[in-house]
Design a protein around this ligand. Structure first.
Ligand code: 3PG
Length: 217
């Protein structure tokens, strides 16, 4: 089964990547922030939302967004184990993003019907993900692991793989990544600054989303 095959939730990794030029990487410390933050991103044109499983509140935040913001498609980030995949799916996540790749995580996501965007940083990791049928991959950490030059080098041997570079990507360098033929979208935390979230400055988050969406036009 390929990652482009529909999961039971009907969503593919490619669809997650194609919806907007950016997948925001979101760290939520307060459940009360989840819904207004999600609405702010949707208002700016970004619907695929990666809520990272890095805080005790993350699963409750995914639940709140899934329940109260139907215009958004919420996913879980930092999925590193079968248990992560199971709890993300139970909370209402529709897709998963992992910082690295193991066959166990790939299989767990399939078992619970989550489209997976697996993280890779080397050629061997790409080959392992491909062996398991995944051809849309997150390049992480993108800047630290070689940036656009690395993606250009991979475009030869891995001509059939498409990437979402994440890690060190910003509004300033996103266009350079998006111009590469093997890049479908980028990921990053810059759309959801911790200070804007703490201040409830949802208008700033909407503006950051809209500025990023404009990069693809
Ligand atoms: C992460 O997992 O933290 C993401 O890759 C975000 O990286 P960034 O903060 O550099 O965008």
């Amino acid at each position: 089964m390929s990652s482009t095959t529909s999961t039971s939730a009907g969503l593919t990794a490619l669809q997650v990547m194609q919806d907007a030029p950016v997948i925001p990487v979101i760290v939520l410390n307060d459940v009360a922030h989840a819904v207004p933050m999600a609405r702010a991103l949707v208002a700016g044109g970004v619907r695929m939302l990666e809520v990272t499983l890095r805080t005790p509140q993350a699963l409750a935040c995914i639940e709140a967004i899934a329940r109260e913001v139907p215009e958004a498609v919420v996913g879980a980030g930092t999925v590193r184990s079968r248990a992560d995949a199971q709890s993300a799916a139970r909370a209402g996540a529709r897709f998963a993003v992992s910082p690295g790749y193991t066959s166990a995580v790939g299989q767990a996501c399939r078992d619970v019907g989550l489209a997976l965007l697996p993280g890779v940083a080397t050629g061997s990791e790409i080959m392992m993900a491909q062996e398991d049928g995944f051809t849309e991959l997150k390049f992480f950490p993108a800047m630290q692991a070689g940036g656009p030059a690395m993606l250009k080098a991979w475009s030869g041997p891995f001509f059939d793989v498409r990437f979402c570079p994440t890690g060190g990507v910003s509004l300033q360098n996103a266009a350079e990544f998006l111009a590469l033929p093997n890049v479908v979208c980028v990921g990053g935390s810059w759309l959801v600054p911790a200070d804007a979230m703490a201040a409830g400055d949802w208008a700033r988050i909407t503006q950051l989303a809209a500025d990023t969406v404009a990069l693809r036009k």
